[in-house]
Design a protein around this ligand. Structure first.
Ligand SMILES: [Zn+2]
Length: 98
């Protein structure tokens, strides 16, 4: 009997569910704030840089989108707690097939 060398198995690198992971952008990534809820006609000082901002986070914090993205890049661990997240994309595709 000749010993057979087992084939090295490639570990299947499965990522966590894309839907959830995508809500917090990776450091350096961009937020998806297309929802109108992020826009305010009132300018308030950005919670991060202090200059007037018309955007609001999901929590209602006045913040520039670029500031939030920079904050995520600088605080990746805190970012995972969900302070600034992208809009959830509803995955309803009722019109997928006729
Ligand atoms: Zn700012």
């Amino acid at each position: 009997m000749s010993p057979r060398t087992p084939r090295p198995k490639k570990p299947a690198s499965r990522r966590p569910t894309r839907q959830e992971a995508s809500l917090v952008p990776e450091p350096g990534g961009l937020l998806d704030w297309r929802d109108s809820r992020h826009f305010s006609y009132q300018e308030d000082p950005c919670t991060l840089c202090g200059t007037p901002a018309m955007l609001r986070s999901h929590a209602g914090e006045p913040v520039h989108k670029t500031c939030a993205e920079a904050w995520i890049a600088q605080h990746p661990a805190e970012a995972l707690l969900g302070r600034f997240v992208s809009d959830a994309q509803p995955k309803r595709r009722d019109d997928d097939h006729a």
